[in-house]
Design a protein around this ligand. Structure first.
Ligand SMILES: [Zn+2]
Length: 78
């Protein structure tokens, strides 16, 4: 059984599935590691530059993260 198969069956309270994880990992994540724990990255997060940012021309901050930390940040929806 792969890690992705296990993720699809995960539940929060034992009754309700919370994850619709396709298991897709972009080739862009290959070789990248989670900025939190150092595991292989599955996602990349990017900061939103809001309209009132004093420096609207700057590049948004980005970070590669693993599935676990991505889900932790986006509320289990990733
Ligand atoms: Zn991580």
């Amino acid at each position: 059984m792969s890690t992705n198969d296990e993720l699809k069956k995960e539940t929060t309270n034992g009754t309700k599935p919370v994850l619709a994880d396709s298991g897709f990992v972009s080739g862009c994540c290959k070789g990248e590691i989670c900025s939190v724990c150092g595991e292989p990255a599955t996602n990349k997060l990017e900061e939103t530059i809001f309209y009132d940012d004093p420096n609207k021309m700057r590049h948004p901050l980005t970070a590669y993260v693993c599935r676990e930390h991505f889900r932790m940040i986006v509320g289990g929806l990733g």
